[in-house]
Design a protein around this ligand. Structure first.
Ligand SMILES: [Ca+2]
Ligand SMILES: [Ca+2]
Length: 543
């Protein structure tokens, strides 16, 4: 069967009105003859639609995106028992199929995709027993095989894949007692070994890998079933945990998500279905309150979308079905489409086509659910760049970040190319200047890229470009600032001596991916005219 990537490149026709915002889904459907009635055309941005149901209703299961784009759901709980069964979701057909069962039925375990493509299921419980066993799923054979066991049985722990390929399992509880111990799994040997311990036992906490490679653990419940405000950091280099700033509000059963800007968003949780949310800043080690959820919730699922927003879905004791979007740029939560079925203790996975798959869960009263739903976050703007050609050296892009300070275009041209990359192929769209001096010329489309030719750009200014109506979706897609500062080859927003020094250091070099900013006049070589361009603009700066 063709891969989704091949299918995307095969698209030549604009989507029909039935699936206007989702040409990729339309095409996938056309390759899945006979399944069209089963797989709804999920074409409505910001809405949820049912997809195929799980074969076995379950909650407290895991959901893992495999490298081939399918989703592995494993274990979980039905009304009274732990489940050994596992299922695969195929996004192309919207259907679930059986795959090999776990050797040990388990719920409230963890599942981690390893760099090898195997999935590690660790710990969990069966009625009355905290499990130490672990097993590996091989997507090639669809089978599970035992691997080394944890030092101690644990459930409701966290598992985090570290940059070095090891898996850090932390806390959780054994026989009802929260654990302070943490362990590392080495995929090369299939064995576990102990690493540092928390300052206290905690369960129902969260663990988040930070950009600096450390792991942030926040909140949870202690052995007296009291909610915790404390947070700790794990340093893989030393194998130790140390205290960091405490949450403003003690909580457990919350969600935690690493944002694009490197901050960690923690939202909701218990006791009493909190509506507050907080941001952790790794630079300062402190938490600050951000906008509150519209609906208090716990045991929710949270997903970072390709557009940088965070989707939190459902998760309350009150059979609410609402979902909300967090915008890191404004710190505000807004209600989005509601799920068709209220659920908690469900699982969510972001699919390669940007849809979010939610599966299973339980209604209040612990009735397990088989249904699954897809959320369409709309077309996402993934990245933006200013692209220019340097003689025969080729084209090079300067990144224009979607949030925070603008990127800085330091090169000199009569026409600049603003390149907008989306998460789906684009065939139509609009770009307008909402501030600054520039004229938008012809807009071209190629694959996932939309490129606007900008003319009349004056130097030393920020131009904000607004994009909308991509593939006729009628929606805005972000305002992106472009900084223009000729001569700022080191991109620090001021043209000064260090820029001259950088050009002198690279003088006479042919242009390549690491020095292209030096080639201000686009000649393809770092030369004297580039130096003179800096000299002529010395003292210019951008805020
Ligand atoms: Ca500079
Ligand atoms: Ca040059």
């Amino acid at each position: 069967m063709k891969t989704p990537v091949q299918l995307i490149t095969a698209i030549t026709q604009p989507a029909t009105p039935l699936c206007r915002a989702r040409p990729v889904v339309l095409l996938l459907l056309s390759f899945s003859a006979g399944l069209a009635s089963m797989q709804p055309c999920v074409a409505t941005p910001f809405e949820w639609e049912y997809t195929g149901s799980l074969k076995t209703a379950r909650y407290h299961h895991t959901s893992t995106l495999l490298p081939d784009g399918r989703v592995l759901v494993a274990g979980g709980e039905d009304r009274s028992d732990a489940l050994a069964s596992a299922e695969l979701y195929d996004p192309a057909s919207g259907t679930w199929s059986d795959t090999g069962s776990l050797n040990t039925a388990r719920d409230s375990h963890t599942a981690t995709l390893l760099p090898s493509g195997m999935v590690l299921a660790a710990g969990g419980r069966e009625p009355g027993i905290s499990l130490a066993s672990a097993e590996l799923y091989d997507p090639a054979t669809g089978t599970w095989s035992p691997t080394g066991s944890l030092d101690i049985g644990r459930e409701f722990h966290t598992a985090t894949l570290l940059p070095n390929g090891m898996v850090l399992v932390a806390g959780g509880r054994a026989s009802g007692i929260p654990l302070a111990s943490t362990e590392l799994y080495d995929p090369a040997t299939g064995t576990w070994f102990p690493t540092g311990s928390f300052n206290m036992g905690r369960v129902f906490h969260t663990a988040t890998l930070l950009r600096n490679g450390k792991v942030l653990v926040a909140g949870g419940q202690d052995r007296n079933q009291v909610q915790l405000a404390s947070a700790e950091l794990y340093d893989p280099a030393t194998g130790t945990w140390s205290a960091t700033g405490s949450l403003n509000t003690a909580r457990y059963d919350h969600t935690a998500t690493l944002l694009r800007n490197g901050m960690v968003l923690v939202a909701g949780g218990n006791p009493d279905e909190l509506d507050s949310a907080e941001l952790y800043d790794p630079a300062t080690g402190t938490w600050s309150l951000t906008g509150s959820l519209n609906d208090g919730r716990s045991d929710a699922v949270e997903t970072l979308l390709p557009n940088g927003m965070v989707l939190v879905a459902d998760g309350t004791s009150f059979n609410l079905s609402s979902a909300e979007l967090y915008d890191p740029a404004t710190g505000v939560w807004s209600l989005t489409g509601s799920l068709n079925t209220p659920r908690k203790d469900h699982a969510a996975t972001l699919l390669p086509n940007s849809m979010v798959l939610v599966s299973g869960g339980a209604l209040s009263g612990r009735a397990p659910l088989a249904s699954a739903e897809l959320y369409d976050p709309g077309i996402a703007l993934v990245s933006v760049a200013s692209r220019l050609t340097h003689g025969s050296a080729g084209s090079f892009d300067i990144d224009m970040p979607l949030s925070g300070s603008s990127g800085v275009e330091d090169r000199q041209s009569s026409t600049y190319n603003a390149v907008f990359t989306f998460d789906v192929p684009v065939t139509s769209g609009e770009i307008t200047v909402i501030s600054g001096t520039a004229t938008v010329g012809p807009i071209t489309f190629s694959g996932n890229e939309m490129t606007a030719a900008l003319t009349g750009v004056t130097d030393v200014q920020t131009v904000v470009l607004h994009t909308q109506n991509i593939n006729d979706d009628g929606l805005p897609h972000g305002d992106v600032p472009f900084g223009f500062l000729t001569g700022d080859v080191n991109g620090d927003r001021v043209v000064d001596v260090p820029d001259e020094n950088q050009i002198n250091a690279d003088r006479s070099q042919p242009v390549n991916g690491s020095n292209f900013r030096d080639d201000i006049n686009l000649s393809g070589v770092v030369d004297r005219p580039d130096f003179l361009a800096v000299r002529a603009n010395r003292g210019h700066s951008l805020p």
